[in-house]
Design a protein around this ligand. Structure first.
Ligand SMILES: [Mn+2]
Length: 384
């Protein structure tokens, strides 16, 4: 019997606050329920950054925080927030795993490093009411198909899967990349201030139309670097989250100078590392880079399936913002045969004008969500 393999990437389900960019509950659960109804074998792969733990806040005694020291307790609390904000998706996952023919894979990405915690895995399994056919992996390699998130080929976001935790004050905390600590400590306040801007691509076009953001980013990153360099020697003896390898400094300086805020080109690095063994599989799927990309050569294909979070293309001349469409990879595998397709999941959305969005970002956040049938749990933005 053939197996159907579905790959969806970078959904980034967040906590329903201003830093949450996932509003596609309706379309993602529709897609999941279509496959949940099938009686045949289906592998559904959520290809990393499924959950946006990284930008999800943690309520510490009622106060909204973004802690650097992420214990399993912090991660589980964030998961509960994500669950409350996006119940339809969890319900659809739950429906999907009721069949023993179905397998649900959560590939670990850089926004959901928290999935390394056994407590988080356990909580997801109990929310989905299944303990057998839910898997947490770094890579899916089966049926001549290779699927991974891609951050392992991105210098600044690479993680250590064999060393996912650190010890801090006798507690276990997450060993996330230096850049992730940077986002948590330095940039999430800016994201709260400009929640819509981070959804706009390409970044150079956004920056050319929004000098104030560039200025804020530059000031933030300058002080962030300075703080790390100055405070590092004071901190590192007792706090392992303040490590500061020298080679990173060089790389970061290069990026700041080139205003290179985006992630690295995953495909280029992967091909360079693996070009001898590319024929081992027939289909390669990556996420991480939020872009649609297909490269087909004799015997293999490399696919980026783009993101399911809310993102826009900004036209540099007209300043019109066009919402991205949702894509997923559909693969049919039987014995040695593999048939793949990059499919679009239709949604109806309208375009916005950049100048209008700039005037009231939260208004357009709510408007976009409404068009996709999502309602943010906050009523007034200041309540978050
Ligand atoms: Mn990623």
């Amino acid at each position: 019997m053939p197996t159907e393999i579905i790959v969806v990437g970078d959904t980034e389900l967040g906590g329903g606050t201003l830093t949450d960019d996932f509003i596609a509950d309706k379309s993602l659960s529709q897609l999941l329920l279509t496959y949940a109804a099938k009686k045949s074998p289906v592998d559904f792969i959520c290809n990393g950054d499924t959950f946006d733990f990284l930008k999800c806040p943690y309520f510490d005694n009622g106060k909204l925080t973004y802690p650097r020291h992420i214990t399993s307790g912090v991660s589980v609390a964030k998961l509960k927030m994500i669950y409350d904000a996006h119940k339809p998706v969890f319900q659809a996952w739950r429906e999907f795993v009721t069949s023993t023919q179905h397998h649900l894979y959560f590939v670990i990405g850089n926004h959901d490093h928290d999935l390394f915690y056994p407590e988080v895995r356990q909580k997801i399994k109990s929310l989905l009411r299944s303990h057998k056919n839910i898997h947490f992996i770094m890579e899916y390699e089966k049926n001549n198909i290779h699927v991974e998130h891609g951050h392992q080929h991105d210098f600044l976001n690479r993680i250590k899967p064999d060393h996912p935790f650190l010890k801090y004050k006798k507690q276990r905390i997450l060993n996330i990349p230096w850049v992730s600590f940077g986002i948590i400590s330095g940039f999430l306040k800016l994201k709260e201030e400009h929640p819509f801007m981070e959804r706009i691509k390409p970044l150079p076009v956004l920056f050319s139309h929004h000098r104030a953001i560039v200025k804020k980013l530059n000031i933030l990153s300058f002080f962030f670097l300075l703080k790390n360099i100055i405070l590092y020697p004071l901190h590192y003896h007792f706090d392992p989250t303040w490590t500061f390898p020298k080679e990173l400094l060089r790389e970061i300086y290069r990026r700041f100078r080139n205003v290179h805020w985006d992630v690295d080109d995953v495909v280029k690095t992967f091909k360079r590392k693996r070009w001898r063994s590319l024929h081992r599989n027939k289909v390669y799927v990556f996420g991480h880079v939020h872009t649609k990309y297909v490269e087909e050569k004799e015997g293999w294909v490399i696919i980026h399936s783009d993101t399911w979070r809310d993102e826009y293309f900004l036209d540099k001349d007209t300043k019109v913002l066009t919402p991205k469409t949702k894509q997923y990879v559909h693969i049919l595998a039987e014995s040695d045969q593999v048939k793949w397709e990059l499919r679009a999941h239709p949604i109806t959305r309208s375009t916005f004008h950049f100048n209008d969005v700039m005037k009231d970002e939260v208004k357009f956040l709510t408007l976009a969500a409404g068009e996709e049938g999502y309602h943010y749990p906050f009523t007034k933005p200041e309540q978050k």
